[in-house]
Design a protein around this ligand. Structure first.
Ligand code: C5P
Length: 278
């Protein structure tokens, strides 16, 4: 039995950290959006047991560090099924880019196995399973436009973002998520995103109103590469982006472009080979 499943990337339209939770995690308030950029995962079920992974990206771990492998193991453990699983991942979502590349693969594996084995788990049950794997996994199971709160597992669907082009520009360095969280003092955040304003703009189908309010509180604590990311943001805005913000806890900037002139080329901010643009 084999199934090809798509794992879409996500972007943060907003990211706010409202406090600390008793378990040491942070209480988040984020407006999330799924984008067309995706990884393709082929799930093959065979006789025997154990999970194996292959990927076209040579440096993607294929052992237990791979969250998609852990997702398959968790699913088999929770359902008590006994089969071998092979995952083949075609990786298009940039790694460490705040686009939930790993979490969305894990979510796709849970959804795919539920379909292949006809286990009939509800979306909520899959989301609860995903919570054990990572904070973004429940959202990746649901997808679409949503408000994510708590660790990221409390989801409220929102009116879909109007169709638009998105440009993501990834600088040549990455930042550790726990390190960024440790720099953030929740009581001293001076600038926060207007989450309610974004939700109202979504309700009205006002793309410009959404884009203009894009903001991520981690932008204020980014020290390494700050000049580079600010230069990227300025270039994106100069080239007609309606708004731009960091996604998740990674330095890349994502920008929303209008659909008015879809043939217009994305901005050329990537002559430097250490940067990647999508
Ligand atoms: O859940 P996930 O593995 O994605 O989280 C990675 C790290 O990010 C956690 O170890 C924690 O330091 C931090 N985190 C947090 N609060 C959240 C989500 C993540 O402090 N809501």
């Amino acid at each position: 039995m084999e199934l090809l499943i798509r794992a879409n990337a996500k972007l943060n339209i907003t990211l706010d950290v409202v406090g600390k939770l008793p378990d040491g995690y942070h209480d988040m308030k984020m407006v999330m959006e799924s984008v067309a950029l995706c990884d393709d995962i082929t799930i093959r079920i065979g006789e025997g047991h154990g999970v194996t992974v292959r990927s076209d990206l040579s440096y993607l771990p294929t052992d237990k560090r791979n969250i998609a492998l852990r997702a398959a193991e968790l699913f088999m453990q929770e359902t008590g099924l006994k089969k071998s699983i092979h995952l083949n991942i075609v990786k298009r979502i940039p790694v460490c880019a705040g686009m939930a590349g790993g979490s969305t693969d894990a979510a796709a594996v849970l959804r795919g196995l539920n379909r292949l084995f006809r286990t009939g788990l509800s979306r909520l049950e899959l989301e609860r399973m995903g919570e054990c794997l990572g904070s973004d996994v429940p959202y990746c199971i649901a997808g679409g436009t949503a408000l994510a709160e708590g660790r990221g597992e409390r989801l409220t669907p929102l009116k879909q973002l109007p169709i638009c082009h998105v440009v993501v520009c990834k600088p040549g360095f990455s930042v550790s998520t726990p390190a960024l969280f440790s720099k953030l003092d929740c009581d001293r955040i001076r600038h926060r995103p207007d989450t309610q304003g974004v939700m109202d703009a979504l309700e009205q189908g006002d793309l410009a109103g959404v884009a203009r309010r894009m903001y991520n509180v981690f932008e204020s604590v980014l020290t390494r590469g700050r000049d580079e990311v600010e230069a990227i943001k300025a270039t994106l805005l100069d080239h007609g982006a309606l708004g731009a913000a960091m996604s998740g806890t990674a330095p890349p900037y994502s920008a929303f472009m209008t659909t008015e002139n879809p043939r217009r080329q994305p901005p050329q901010v990537s002559e430097d080979p250490t940067r990647t643009c999508f």
